[in-house]
Write a protein that binds this ligand. Structure first.
Ligand SMILES: [Zn+2]
Length: 265
C-alpha cells in the first residue's frame, strides 16, 4: 500500500462533549498555558515512555467497498488495542478498550446531531468511537487518512481513561474564544496521540516516508481555516502535533496544555 490517494478528504475529526455545556462558570479563570490543572499538565501519561512496538501490517483495502473499509479499520482497532493496552499495563495505569461502531449516513450520536465534515467521533459517556463510512472515504480509503481518523478518536479514549478529558471539561471558560482555546488543546493532544501510535507501528506498515509526508501535507491544508471553525486548530498546528507524536512514538510529546498559545492557535 505505497500509493497515496490525491483526493483531499475533510480532516476535521470532531468530538462532542458529553452533555454539551459542561464548562463550569463559578471556578476561577484559567491561564494559558494551563497552570492550575495538574491532571492536564502533569498527567502520568506524559512520563509513561515510548509506545511498545507492535507489528501492525495493514489489510488490503478495496476502494468502493464499505465492507472492505470496515475490515481494514477493524484490523487497525485491534492494533490500537494491543499497543495501548500493553503500554498502560507497563506503566501500571488502568486500561479499558473503547467500543467501535460504523455508520454510513449521518445520525444522532452521543445525543448530538452529526456535524458536517466530521469523519469520526468519540463519546466519553459510552466510551464508543463512531466512524462514518461515507462515499468520499469509501471511494478513497488507501492513504493514511483513515488511520489518522481512527487513531485520533482512540486518542480521545486515552484522554478519557487517564482523566484528562474530565479535567478539561472542568476548566472554567469565559465565552466562546476561551472555550475554543481549551478545545483546541484537547483536540491537538488527540492528534498527537494519533501520531504517537502511527509512529510506533510505522515500520511494520508497507508505507514510505512520502506517505507520511502526504498525510502531513493534507493535514496542513485542512485545518480550522478551511472549515471556518476555531476548535481544532490551524492546519499547520494540527500537522505539527501529529508529527511531534509520530517522531516521539509515545505520549511524551503530547502535552498540549503547557504549549505556547501560538502552537495551539
Ligand atoms: Zn477530536
Amino acid at each position: 500500500m505505497g500509493k497515496s490517494s490525491v483526493v483531499l478528504l475533510p480532516a476535521v475529526v470532531a468530538s462532542l462533549l458529553a452533555g454539551g455545556t459542561a464548562h463550569a462558570a463559578a471556578a476561577p479563570p484559567a491561564s494559558y498555558p494551563i497552570k492550575n490543572a495538574s491532571g492536564l499538565t502533569k498527567n502520568a501519561l506524559y512520563t509513561s515512555g515510548r509506545l511498545p512496538v507492535t507489528n501492525c501490517p495493514e489489510r488490503p483495502v478495496r476502494a468502493g467497498s464499505a465492507a472492505s473499509v470496515r475490515t481494514y479499520l477493524n484490523t487497525l482497532v485491534k492494533c490500537l488495542d494491543v499497543t495501548w493496552s500493553a503500554h498502560f499495563l507497563q506503566a501500571h495505569m488502568p486500561f479499558s478498550m473503547p467500543k467501535v461502531r460504523y455508520i454510513t449516513k449521518p445520525e444522532k450520536v452521543c445525543g448530538e446531531k452529526w456535524r458536517k465534515n466530521v469523519q469520526g467521533l468519540y463519546c466519553t459517556s459510552t466510551r464508543q468511537i463512531t466512524i462514518i463510512l461515507d462515499r468520499d472515504v469509501v471511494n478513497h480509503p488507501q492513504d493514511l487518512f483513515l488511520m489518522d481518523v481512527i487513531a485520533h478518536e482512540y486518542g480521545h479514549h486515552i484522554q478519557n481513561i487517564t482523566g484528562i478529558w474530565g479535567e478539561y471539561l472542568r476548566l472554567p471558560s469565559r465565552g466562546k474564544s476561551e472555550y475554543n482555546e481549551q478545545t483546541r488543546r484537547n483536540e491537538l493532544q488527540a492528534e498527537c496521540l494519533a501520531g504517537a501510535f502511527i509512529g510506533s507501528v510505522y515500520k511494520s506498515l508497507d508505507r514510505t516516508p512520502a506517505d507520511w509526508r502526504d498525510l502531513l501535507d493534507s493535514t496542513r491544508r485542512s485545518g480550522d481555516e478551511i472549515y471556518k471553525i476555531r476548535d481544532h486548530g490551524k492546519g499547520k498546528n494540527i500537522a505539527n502535533w501529529l508529527n511531534r507524536g509520530f517522531k516521539a512514538a509515545g505520549p511524551s510529546a503530547c502535552n498540549t496544555w503547557i504549549a505556547r498559545p501560538e502552537m495551539v492557535a
